[in-house]
Design a protein around this ligand. Structure first.
Ligand code: AMP
Length: 442
């Protein structure tokens, strides 16, 4: 179906064409006509499906008529994190290039002064995190009675972060005769309750089964001992197939330590986690997007919704505690139809968390060594790699009888090491053990 069938204005279609999109994605095709008709819509869609444009595009046309009044935004988009809020703002700027809509961001970590000035002028679109919006409302800087369209984005993430009471408070401040759009990757009971309470006869648009991992992501799980995690990660990162990678950790302290260690090991690595100042978070993201760094070590603050093109690999340095986070983390790769690879490092202590993920997704994550054995390549380089892998694996099994483990760090001198670390396997770079080579192909 072409975009022109969706009844969007010509000005908007031009901006969409300039963005390089040929066809609406499934969520866009399903949601946009209903939103343009003024209906409440619940969109169950995972990130990477084009869900942001599915509400931003129709909103631009809906808001094209009419004028904003001082301190009374005409529409409100609630986002769980500052990064997502900033990303939605970027989407408005991109698709609204032929419109004259005004926009303000109300997010923590940004000086009140700038936000006050933008609100004072009056905005068509206010994009906010719930806490900061309530602060500003209490300070009398923003009146919510003029909001005609409300978007609650990433509702399940709001739930995880404990924001649902704030969202409910905000909903109660809005006029009842508004249009409400709610997007969520999954629909846990409290989110459903929120929808029942604050939405009117919503149309449910579901483009993927909740908690289904994107089929374009090749997933692997590598079972290993905790003490081998760091050296194995470095080895995996040295695979030439890894162009850009996000490495997820469960704790902020691990993010800090690991990012430091990777930098010392000469990786172009950066970090992002919730304890960092907003400006530093944005700077690291920009460096990653610009290719200045190609490894971003992250806490779950970066797991949801962040749209960074061309992330070839996601590594779970830690198995996430919540199975939902697994879906969101690996969804940072394989975006908008591209293929990607995720590799999860799992220790024996992670067995329960892995089982929870597999239960949620309804699929077993292929074990990295098994996956390669199963490929059974028969010709050329693949066959050579397989033979080399088999002989290495046999050697490893001989050393660690009973159970195959990830390779131990080699102690031999490495020509290009200047960091003084001794846990980098020698000779890797172009040559990664074949059973650890994971291609972005499916
Ligand atoms: P989202 O799910 O909103 O985070 O979007 C994921 C990615 O899909 C973003 O990079 C968008 O620029 C891209 N995208 C959105 N709509 C389309 C489309 N119709 N065709 C191709 N890419 C799209």
């Amino acid at each position: 179906m072409p975009f022109s069938d969706l009844h969007l204005s010509d000005r908007l279609l031009e901006a969409v064409a300039l963005a390089g999109y040929c066809e609406p994605t499934a969520i866009q095709a399903a949601a946009i006509p209903s939103i343009l008709m003024g209906r409440d819509v619940i969109g169950v869609a995972q990130t990477g499906t084009g869900k942001t444009a599915s509400f931003v595009l129709p909103m631009i046309d809906i808001l094209a008529e009419g004028r904003a009044r001082a301190r009374m935004p005409r529409s409100l988009i609630l986002e769980p994190t500052r990064e997502l809020a900033a990303q939605v703002a970027e989407n408005f700027a991109k698709y609204g290039r032929n419109h004259k809509l005004s926009m303000a961001l109300l997010i923590g970590g940004v000086a009140f002064g700038d936000q006050d000035r933008a609100l004072e002028k009056g905005v068509d679109v206010l994009i906010a995190t719930p806490g900061r919006l309530l602060d500003q409302h209490q300070r009398g800087k923003v009146l919510l009675s003029g909001v005609d369209v409300l978007v609650i984005d990433e509702a399940d993430r709001m739930l995880d972060m404990g924001f649902i009471p704030d969202v409910e408070r905000i909903c109660a401040l809005l006029k009842p005769e508004r249009q409400t759009l709610l997007f969520s990757a999954t629909m846990p009971a409290p989110v459903k309750k929120l929808a029942d309470r604050f939405m009117s006869n919503p149309r449910l648009v579901e483009v993927a089964r909740p908690a289904t991992a994107n089929a374009d992501i090749s997933q692997r799980l590598l079972e290993l001992d905790a003490r081998d995690k760091r050296s194995t990660l470095k080895m995996l990162l040295r695979d030439p197939e890894v162009q850009t990678a996000i490495v997820f950790c469960n704790r902020k302290s691990t993010v800090r330590e690991l990012a430091g260690e990777l930098k010392r090991a000469r990786f172009r690595a950066g970090q992002i986690h919730g304890d960092m100042e907003q400006a530093d978070r944005i700077r690291e993201l920009d460096r990653f997007k610009a290719g200045e760094i190609n490894v971003l070590v992250a806490s779950d603050v970066a797991a949801r919704g962040l749209d960074i093109k061309g992330v070839s690999h996601v590594f779970n340095f830690d198995v996430p505690w919540h199975p939902d986070d697994y879906i969101h983390r690996i969804g940072r790769t394989g975006r908008a139809g591209a293929t990607g690879t995720s590799i999860t490092l799992a220790t024996p202590e992670d067995a329960e968390a892995v089982a929870a993920i597999e239960k949620l997704t309804g699929a077993t994550i292929p074990r990295l060594d098994e996956a390669h054995a199963a490929e059974a390549p028969s010709t050329g380089a693949a066959a050579r790699r397989k033979r080399a892998a088999d002989s290495r694996k046999t050697a490893l099994e001989r050393r660690t009888p009973g159970r195959y483990r990830a390779p131990e760090p080699a102690r031999a001198a490495s020509q290009d090491r200047a960091d003084g670390e001794d846990d980098m396997p020698c000779g890797f770079g172009a040559e990664v053990p074949a059973f650890l080579q994971v291609s972005a192909r499916r």
